[in-house]
Design a protein around this ligand. Structure first.
Ligand SMILES: CCCCCCCCCC/C=C\CCCCCC(=O)SCCNC(=O)CCNC(=O)[C@H](O)C(C)(C)COP(=O)(O)OP(=O)(O)OC[C@H]1O[C@@H](n2cnc3c(N)ncnc32)[C@H](O)[C@@H]1OP(=O)(O)O
Ligand SMILES: Cc1cc2nc3c(=O)[nH]c(=O)nc-3n(C[C@H](O)[C@H](O)[C@H](O)COP(=O)(O)OP(=O)(O)OC[C@H]3O[C@@H](n4cnc5c(N)ncnc54)[C@H](O)[C@@H]3O)c2cc1C
Length: 662
């Protein structure tokens, strides 16, 4: 398949003609620099030149088994193509290129993410030496098996046991109940021959809590399930049905002592336990995946936005002025209001994902030298950003679908698949409400620490009891972000007051927590969004000195829109705490509408700069050339029902009904 850039339709030509900024420069910023753009494009070119990676037939028309096999065929082809051309799987993950080909549920995604990450992050040197080369070369294929039928959220409640037998120097893995069955892990059903398994460690009759074990599930030659193990697929789901999410039960299955991951905690041959430096270090793979999901969510949102914004520039509907030609639907202010704040969100998430990655890298480096102090901050930031990013990507993707009217409901628009894939992100890797409650715990703790005069870590330093007053004019970006910060401080203070009041009136701290949890989740959401605003403002101001004025102006406008939109969403709180007044809000609303009209002019060029090629967008509505109707029509011709004029169903059911004497 060669990359031919088709001539685009007149509407899109006109839109592109209005571009006042350097698209390539914006692309580079989004990729993280020109070198990364160049690398991404090299990978893309290589993938585009591998026709086996592209579907001839939509997965919707395949049987469940063929759908899985087809995705597995493409996943293995992707891995070998990358390897042969000198790229790593990580390159495909970090540039997003591999994911776009396989977002119907890539059966190797858990292997190249959580399985490999657990080996790298939880192994002692011997284990690393043994397992990493095997996993990197796909000699063993694995997944991350933690969630059970009975427990996903509450890791400490998992029921699978790993009991040490010092006579044989083995762990005995067992699923004591039906609810102990591992349930959900991606690629567990049929693909994986190994899994990293989270199980309760028992030594001498005492439980030491969840620990991670490397477990072989299938024979490496025959791929048959090993004795003592029951494994299978869990059946169809809302989306990603080409994956084989699975179940797993152990019946007193034995593994060697050396198969417990021992980087952080250890069990000696005589059954003694050596504690980790921090009790949550075994949750490290989850934290790392949450960081990756923030990027992933922003990428998926950007695909939906490209589709919906290009389509909105091509689609004409109704009369804005009676008798005039039908306008592009993008000219309707309501359409701009649906799409452009989400476009701003995409940029905000992209900059925040980068900031989070830096925190992750810094914290990981610290852990290497025994420094644990950044761990709570990383946990709170990664939890909050994972939750906001997936919530916003899901909401934004669905709005993109709705903004495309009926055609957005077509599978060939690709919006349903993007939506159902990212919708899972709200639940997996920590259900979002649960993650927000973890953030809230950190906020309340920080707020209380500050009242006792302690210095707060950087992401929560604005919560200190006596913050310096903002000198920035309210209507400046900084002034509005400070107002948002004042709003969060007020919310957290109010939550703390309500918690204390409940405790003072005789409730237990846990009952008080539950009674305030709606408000606490709102605090966590508001805090994370404040952090995102800060990162966006920061990134744009830092770029200011290095980029051309056209690009800077577009980024400034997107950042402004993000902040204004956020202030309007939070109006109730900001009014209650006196951070803004009604007059300011009126002018913010007016400015937002004005900004929508300004950004509309270059909206197509902005999404062009995200630079996702048609073969990766996979959408009849969002292609570069805007040739929407022809593509929709051609896709419909591929329906198996169109292979014959009269279907079997007619002879079997309709005709008898028509002939029956009813
Ligand atoms: C080609 C593909 C590439 C992929 C790359 C990535 C891109 C993404 C692509 C996505 C596609 C597919 C991937 C699909 C993956 C999905 C996989 C999964 O879903 S795996 C299963 C995930 N499961 C979870 O996330 C479970 C969520 N639950 C928890 O994490 C914990 O149970 C909990 C944090 C909710 C609670 O833990 P608990 O032990 O009970 O702790 P407490 O609440 O009592 O808190 C005590 C104390 O500990 C602190 N804490 C908790 N967690 C951490 C942590 N991780 N790090 C640091 N500290 C932590 C907590 O804050 C408390 O602190 P205090 O000081 O006491 O307040
Ligand atoms: C597509 C997909 C892929 C997955 N892949 C994997 C995988 O590879 N490996 C793996 O191990 N797991 C995987 N999972 C499982 C996933 O991690 C869990 O589903 C997730 O952690 C949520 O847990 P749960 O299903 O037990 O939900 P529950 O915790 O039962 O959530 C149900 C409801 O209860 C609420 N709730 C729960 N606890 C609290 C609380 N403390 N406070 C307030 N409200 C609460 C939640 O907010 C939610 O509204 C996958 C899931 C999906 C959907």
């Amino acid at each position: 398949m060669s990359v031919v850039v088709p001539e685009c339709c007149d509407d899109l030509k006109r839109e592109r003609g209005r571009c006042l900024f350097n698209k390539e420069e914006l692309t580079n910023i989004l990729d993280g620099g020109p070198k990364l753009t160049e690398k991404r494009r090299r990978i893309e070119k290589m993938l585009i030149n591998t026709p086996e990676l592209f579907d001839d037939v939509s997965p919707d028309y395949l049987s469940h088994e063929d759908r899985y096999s087809n995705e597995l065929r493409k996943a293995t082809q992707l891995m070998t193509t990358l390897e042969k051309n000198g790229f790593t799987y990580n390159d495909a993950v970090t540039t997003g290129t591999g994911l776009w080909l396989l977002m119907d549920g890539n059966p190797l995604s858990l292997h190249i993410s959580m399985f490999l990450d657990t080996i790298k992050g939880q192994s002692n040197p011997q284990q690393l030496q043994e397992w990493l080369p095997l996993a990197e070369k796909f000699k063993i294929i694995g997944t991350y098996a933690q969630t059970e039928l009975g427990h996903g959220t509450f890791v400490r409640g998992l029921e699978t046991t790993a009991t040490y037998d010092s006579t044989t120097k083995e762990f005995v893995l067992h699923s004591p109940t039906i609810t102990a069955t591992k349930w959900w892990p991606g690629a567990l059903g049929k693909t994986s021959n190994h899994a990293v398994v989270m199980a309760q460690l028992y030594l001498g009759g005492k439980c030491y809590g969840p620990h991670i074990f490397m477990v072989q599930l299938r024979d490496l030659e025959t791929h048959r399930t090993l004795p003592g193990i029951v494994v299978g697929e869990i059946g169809p789901r809302l989306g990603m049905n080409s994956n084989d999410n699975g179940f797993l039960q152990f019946n007193h299955h034995r593994i060697p002592l050396t198969n417990m991951f021992m980087k952080h905690s250890q069990v000696t041959e005589d059954g003694k336990y050596v504690k980790p430096l921090h009790s949550k270090l075994s949750y490290g793979t989850m934290v790392q995946t949450r960081v990756g999901i923030v990027y992933h969510a922003s990428r998926e949102l950007s695909r939906a936005l490209i589709i919906a914004i290009r389509y909105s520039a091509v689609r004409h509907q109704s009369e804005m002025v009676p008798g005039d030609p039908e306008p592009q639907i993008l000219d309707y202010q309501t359409q701009q209001y649906k799409l452009l704040p989400h476009l701003a969100s995409f940029f905000a998430l992209r900059f925040s994902a980068r900031a989070l990655l830096e925190v992750f890298i810094g914290t990981s480096a610290g852990l290497g030298s025994g420094k644990m102090n950044m761990l709570p901050e990383l946990h709170a930031l990664s939890s909050g950003l994972k939750a906001v990013a997936t919530n916003d990507a899901v909401k934004g993707t669905d709005i993109c679908r709705l903004a495309c009217g009926g055609h957005g409901y077509l599978s060939s628009s690709n919006l349903p698949r993007i939506y159902t894939a990212i919708a899972a992100g709200i639940t997996y890797e920590g259900e979002n409400t649960v993650l927000f409650l973890q953030v809230a715990r950190y906020l309340i703790k920080s707020f209380r620490a500050s009242s006792q005069g302690q210095t707060l870590p950087f992401s929560v330093s604005y919560l200190r009891v006596q913050p310096p007053s903002s000198h920035a004019p309210l209507m400046s970006d900084r002034g509005l972000v400070d107002a948002l910060g004042a709003g969060v401080r007020w919310m957290v203070g109010e939550a703390e007051r309500r918690l204390q009041q409940l405790v003072d009136s005789g409730h237990s701290p846990h009952a008080a927590w539950n009674a305030c949890s709606v408000h606490l989740v709102q605090c966590a959401d508001a805090h994370t969004r404040y952090y995102i605003c800060e990162q966006f403002v920061d990134a744009v101001s830092k770029l200011g000195e290095t980029v051309s004025s056209g690009v800077h102006e577009v980024l400034r406008q997107l950042c402004r829109l993000y902040i204004l939109h956020r202030v309007i969403q939070t109006a109730g709180i900001l009014l209650r705490c006196g951070a803004v007044d009604g007059k300011a809000l009126t002018s913010i609303e007016e400015e937002e509408c004005h900004l929508l009209a300004t950004l509309r002019i270059q909206a197509v060029s902005i999404v062009d700069a995200i630079d996702i090629k048609d073969v990766f967008l996979k959408s009849t509505l969002g292609a570069w050339d805007g040739n929407v109707y022809q593509r929709i029509y051609e896709e419909a011709q591929k329906s198996p029902l169109n292979k014959s004029d009269v279907t079997q169903g007619y002879y079997q059911y309709l005709r008898p009904l028509m002939k029956a004497n009813l």
